[in-house]
Design a protein around this ligand. Structure first.
Ligand SMILES: Nc1nc2c(c(=O)[nH]1)N[C@H]1C(S)=C(S)[C@@H](COP(=O)(O)O)O[C@H]1N2
Ligand SMILES: [Mo]
Length: 224
């Protein structure tokens, strides 16, 4: 129930509510992305809140040398590119704040990411008209797929930093995807290659029973 529906809010309580709402709205104005943080209830169904950031992967955490690291962006694009970390860091930089929702039911609020926005990447490589899907390929062999529309959302980043510090190896450094509107399995760590495709290609978990989309607000956890 929203505050407006509650009948008798008076005096101090009302003032407090308005002040907190103004703060939320103020925070929202600085966000480029989806308005998750403006939700009255930010916790999607079936999730619980954690403070610490858990580590989840397939048990292999590639040890990538920043000096030799490369990321390739290819497939149905006008211009395929290979970026070194220096090239990547020289691209226009963006910051976004978003909540993490993991399908294993933990959520973590207000993560501050720095990196290169998906939109900058799109400007650079220019997807061809028939490109519809984006597939992340990672250095540990992991893959995951999202639609080009979701990739193009303004809060999607290829992130190199969390809370102002370089991403650690366990969390996917030097560069991982952040796709805030989906469950976190779509946010590939240790990105090696980004493929633009006309056809969809279910990734590691999508082939093993996870939903092809991953909307936490609709609990798109597993496929039927
Ligand atoms: N390369 C790679 N990316 C990955 C995974 C993985 O195993 N390999 N696991 C996914 C899953 S299931 C989750 S919940 C998040 C976990 O990210 P974290 O360890 O930084 O919390 O990474 C996602 N990205
Ligand atoms: Mo996950």
């Amino acid at each position: 129930m929203s505050d407006e529906d509650k009948p008798e809010l008076t005096g101090k309580i009302k003032e407090k509510l308005i002040a907190s709402k103004e703060k939320t709205a103020e925070a929202g104005r600085h966000l480029t992305g989806r308005p998750d943080l403006k939700r009255e209830n930010r916790l999607p169904p079936g999730q619980h809140l954690v403070e610490k950031w858990p580590v989840l992967d397939l048990g292999v955490q590639p040890d990538l040398d920043p000096q030799t690291w490369k990321m390739r962006i290819e497939g149905l694009v006008e211009k395929e590119i290979i970026l070194s970390l220096a090239d990547f860091m020289a691209l226009p930089q963006s910051r976004s704040v978003s909540d993490i929702h993991c399908v294993t039911t933990w959520s973590r609020y207000d993560n501050q990411w720095d990196g290169v926005s998906s939109r900058s990447i799109l400007d650079l490589v220019r997807p061809k008209a028939d490109a519809r899907h984006v597939i992340f390929h990672a250095y540990d062999g992991y893959t995951t797929n999202i639609s080009l529309d979701v990739f193009a959302e303004p809060d999607v980043l290829l992130a190199h930093s969390w809370e102002g510090k370089p991403l650690t190896r366990e969390h996917g450094g030097p560069v991982r995807a952040i796709v805030p509107q989906w469950y976190f399995w779509k946010s590939a760590k240790w990105i090696r290659r980004i493929e633009f495709s006309a056809t969809d290609k279910p990734g590691f978990w999508e082939e093993r029973g996870y939903h092809n989309e991953a909307d936490p607000w609709r609990e798109q956890r597993y496929s039927e």
